[in-house]
Write a protein that binds this ligand. Structure first.
Ligand SMILES: [Zn+2]
Length: 235
């Protein structure tokens, strides 16, 4: 059930209240907002006093969550997609046959017999991304591995939830195809990071020195990648 708490400042806090078999009051921020878990016997006044004390924390967490919320992709005509950090508009057209996806500056053209079928549109576009990612990442790996003077064995595209890349002792590199949406300097950073593992299979100071030699602005790129993460996982 949703409750509203009016703070001394006049500000209103909305929260979902659930009574639980517990001794203390627990607050958490979920996708739907503030959820309060309270012991069964607590009075409303006591409960509201505790929530009011944590108002700053709640405000901060809610703001952070809103900033990270990215609207879900609906795969409709006119929606925005990202490619190497640039916006492109998804243009979906009806055609009697499913056509190859065409990329022109600012646009991605998709034509198929079922233009309303979001799943089919998504599948076509994601296949296109993967194909481009394989070409793009291979080229970057080749450039930076020759700078580094170490060879990688293979590149595989990954679909991992949170990892952007990996490199194992067999020198096999995996990179998340979603990175192709990111600006080039961020892709370069991930490529350099994984290549540096060819020489150092750890995250030691020596490892970061190798990353820095290939990619001097890696710290900025790493931060940017973190803040972009939710956006890149939209598809
Ligand atoms: Zn690493």
């Amino acid at each position: 059930m949703t409750h509203v708490l009016t703070l001394n400042s006049g500000e209103q806090l909305h929260y979902q209240l659930a009574h639980r078999q517990r001794r203390s009051v627990g607050l958490k921020i979920t996708a739907t907002g503030l959820v309060v878990h309270a012991p069964k016997r607590i009075s409303q006044a006591e409960l509201e006093g505790i929530i009011a004390q944590k108002a700053d924390w709640v405000r901060k967490k809610l703001a952070a969550m809103l900033a990270n919320q990215v609207p879900a992709m609906r795969w409709q005509h006119g929606e925005a997609l990202l490619f190497l950090g640039q916006n492109m508009t998804l243009a979906i057209a009806h055609d009697l046959q499913s056509k190859a996806v065409v990329h022109e500056p600012g646009f991605l053209f998709v034509a198929l017999p079922q233009p309303q079928d979001a799943k089919l549109v998504a599948r076509k576009v994601i296949l296109w991304y993967k194909k481009q990612a394989l070409q793009d990442f291979t080229r970057r790996l080749e450039i930076f591995s020759s700078k580094l003077g170490a060879n990688f064995a293979s590149l595989t595209l990954s679909n991992a939830g949170s990892r952007w890349g990996s490199c194992n002792s067999r020198k096999e590199i995996r990179l998340n195809w979603r990175l192709l949406q990111a600006p080039p300097h961020i892709i370069n950073y991930v490529v350099c990071h994984e290549l540096a593992h060819l020489k150092e299979m750890n995250h030691s100071a020596k490892f970061w020195a190798i990353v820095a030699s290939l990619c001097p602005d890696y710290k900025m790129a790493e931060k940017e990648l973190k803040s972009l993460s939710a956006t890149l996982h939209r598809i």
